[in-house]
Design a protein around this ligand. Structure first.
Ligand code: AMP
Length: 402
């Protein structure tokens, strides 16, 4: 048995269809959890590849599995738990999960029990690409390590306090009462960004802020004093910006056309909108921004231009929701790493008072706006796993001691 809370370890899991991201934290009981290791298993279903790094980024472990029908998400998770326990002993006391959808009822991080799991299962149709995989990891941990506390952190949670008008779909009211409304996603990332802004600027938390989470999935969030008031993703994570393989905001009539004129089935339309559209669909080259930036194909150039155009267009809408703009934050894979995309987005937001310092942008400084810029432009690396670890540690402290 553990004799000191100082030995506790928290594992954070972000389980997707073909990848499992993880991070292991030491939970000292008083202060913030500190990172011990992180990594991911990619290519699940084909030839899985695990890489784990320590807090400095040095490789701790790397492993490849050959294609084999017996390797499943669950066996990989079991291997991972075994590897972690081999290094930390029996000190793994909690697992925090990224859960894409908490629906209308769940916003704050919550201890997982059977009723919560059943309620979250019922939300799978609202996030068919993510929720089933998130919950499969929860169930697998329950089976493999039943004594470990599990905590669900919701990507929708941060947006719960939005004004009702920002969450309503203009559909018949009865459908709204059934749960058809705008929820918003990437909330764990935005919560982390809001937290960072508050520590940089305790007085206003960045004031009227647009945070741009630009990765494979992409969205914008309008935050007033660190609270979400509007966001580009809506009922599902398909809405809003152009993404790696997702279409973003689309005329609903286009969906009707696919059913009525092209005779497509619901499954085919789902696959088209989630997996064959966005940067991949428009470019015909790749869903990966790095590959597109390196491509000479005109369609790749157009896909990038559409990505930038939509960010600027929807940022304009969110600036209107906020009634002005004080801070613009770039985060996630593209936002943190691509000076070119940042410059092109900022170039379209000059009318809002955005003026970049080109050298600071190239260097990827924390502040990339010129001193004269009316809007402060920042690059803040997101850290969803840390946010999950913080919430899990908070719930651990609330647990009755054995
Ligand atoms: P994420 O989903 O946050 O891991 O982000 C993945 C996206 O970030 C992919 O489209 C990558 O191509 C993109 N990305 C990562 N590094 C860079 C970079 N240096 N320049 C442009 N895009 C990048």
């Amino acid at each position: 048995m553990r004799d000191s809370a100082a030995m506790a370890e928290i594992l954070c899991l972000n389980a997707g269809s073909s990848s499992l991201k993880f991070a292991l934290y030491a939970e000292p009981g008083t202060d913030e959890p500190s990172l011990l290791a992180s990594g991911k298993i990619e290519n699940i279903g084909l030839e899985p590849h695990l890489i784990a790094r320590d807090a400095k980024g040095d490789v701790l472990a790397e492993r490849r599995w050959t294609k084999d029908g017996t390797i499943t998400h669950e066996t990989l998770l079991e291997d991972l738990l075994r590897e972690i326990e081999a290094s930390v002993g029996d000190d793994l006391i909690a697992v925090g999960h990224r859960i894409v959808h908490g629906g209308t009822d769940y916003s704050a991080p919550a201890r997982v029990d059977a009723p919560l799991l059943a309620a979250l299962e019922a939300l799978c149709p609202l996030a068919p690409l993510h929720q089933p995989h998130n919950l499969a990891a929860v169930r697998a941990v329950s089976r493999l390590r039943p004594a470990v506390l599990q905590v669900a952190c919701f990507d929708t949670g941060f947006h719960h306090g939005q004004p009702p008008i920002a969450t309503r779909l203009a559909l018949p009211r009865a459908l709204g009462e059934e749960g058809m409304r705008r929820y918003g996603f990437h909330g764990i990332s935005y919560e982390y960004i809001a937290r960072q802004l508050r520590s940089i600027d305790p007085d206003t938390g960045g004031g009227r802020t647009i945070a741009a989470h630009l990765g494979n999935g992409a969205s914008l969030c309008a935050m007033a004093g660190g609270r979400s008031i509007d966001t580009t993703m809506g009922f599902t994570a398909l809405d809003g910006l152009v993404m790696g393989t997702r279409c973003g905001a689309l005329d609903p009539g286009a969906v009707l056309y696919l059913f009525q004129q092209r005779g497509m089935t619901a499954r085919e339309v789902e696959h088209l909108l989630y997996s064959e559209s966005g940067l991949l669909g428009v470019s015909g080259v790749s869903s990966d921004m790095r590959a597109l930036l390196g491509s000479e194909t005109p369609a790749a150039g157009e896909a990038i231009e559409l990505f930038v155009w939509q960010i600027a267009r929807q940022a304009g809408a969110l600036a209107s929701s906020l009634g002005g703009l004080d801070t613009f934050v770039f985060t996630a894979g593209i936002g943190e790493n691509s000076p070119e995309i940042r410059a092109r987005v900022a170039g379209r937001l000059g009318w809002l008072g955005v003026d970049l310092d080109a050298d600071a942008n190239l260097r990827g400084d924390a502040v990339i706006s010129a001193p004269s810029s009316r809007v402060a432009v920042r690059v803040i690396p997101t850290d969803e796993e840390r946010m999950i670890a913080i919430h899990t540690a908070d719930l651990l402290r609330e647990e009755p001691k054995a």
